[in-house]
Design a protein around this ligand. Structure first.
Ligand SMILES: [Zn+2]
Length: 240
């Protein structure tokens, strides 16, 4: 009766000690594993030398028989060298890659493709001056056309001070209202640097994904007759 691989056999009965694997068992297990997964004829690193023994051309190790070589291929040294080689190959390929596409070898260092945002130009837009008949507040209604946005993309907006933007010399009389939605270029409107009324219902935005239209409307705080005199409520649209 073979107690060699019996788990739970009684002490002293010749069974395995505490489940720990002897070196011989381990080698045999690795050899079997390798036999199932490796075809020596196709292994580029397996070489029989003129002395009748075997070499691993990757690790430059010497082996007395095929079993020893196969066990070696499952070991840490060989696996580490394989990973290094694969990473180097992936790097070499990166240089020759076309269109930023990089082949990634299994188990190798992953080469993350750089996210390249392809812009498709500026969105169409319409800006309308509005006036609240009750409060006599002046405001602006922006309608931005984003027909080509991907599913789930919601256009964003934000105000930027004249000193934060780097497109033109800053003027304390203006601030910028930016609109962004991939894959369109971010555009900005130069508006008077008056305080915006952020009270409930006074400032709203709406995104209609079916129509591809983003609406935003706000009122300036307080009423001032000259809001649209001179430079008007907004100056011009530009790309930031
Ligand atoms: Zn090796």
């Amino acid at each position: 009766m073979d107690f060699q691989n019996r788990v739970g056999s009684k002490p002293g009965s010749g069974g395995v000690a505490g489940g720990s694997e002897s070196n011989v068992d381990r080698r045999e297990r690795l050899r079997k594993l390798a036999l199932e997964t490796i075809d020596l004829a196709k292994d580029p690193y397996f070489m029989k030398n003129h002395l009748g023994s075997y070499e691993c051309k990757l690790c430059l190790t010497l082996h007395n028989n095929e079993g020893s070589y196969l066990a070696h291929t499952q070991g840490k040294k060989h696996q580490t060298n394989l990973a290094r080689r694969a990473a180097r190959d992936a790097r070499d390929m990166t240089g020759a890659a076309v269109g930023g596409k990089v082949a990634v070898s299994a188990g190798a260092t992953r080469v993350a493709p750089r996210k390249v945002a392809v812009k498709i130009g500026r969105p169409g837009y319409k800006v309308t001056k509005v006036r609240d008949p009750a409060t006599r507040q002046m405001g602006l209604l922006f309608q931005i056309q984003y027909p080509e946005t991907a599913d789930g993309v919601r256009p964003r907006h934000r105000f930027m001070s004249a000193y934060e933007q780097k497109v033109e010399p800053p003027s304390k009389h203006f601030q910028y209202l930016l609109f962004a939605a991939e894959p369109y270029e971010t555009i900005a409107f130069k508006v008077q640097s008056r305080e915006i009324d952020k009270a409930e219902g006074r400032f709203w935005s709406h995104w209609d994904p079916d129509a591809g239209q983003f609406h935003l409307q706000f009122f300036f705080k307080g009423e001032r007759g000259g809001a649209f005199g001179g430079m008007g409520g907004w100056d011009r649209q530009l790309v930031l």
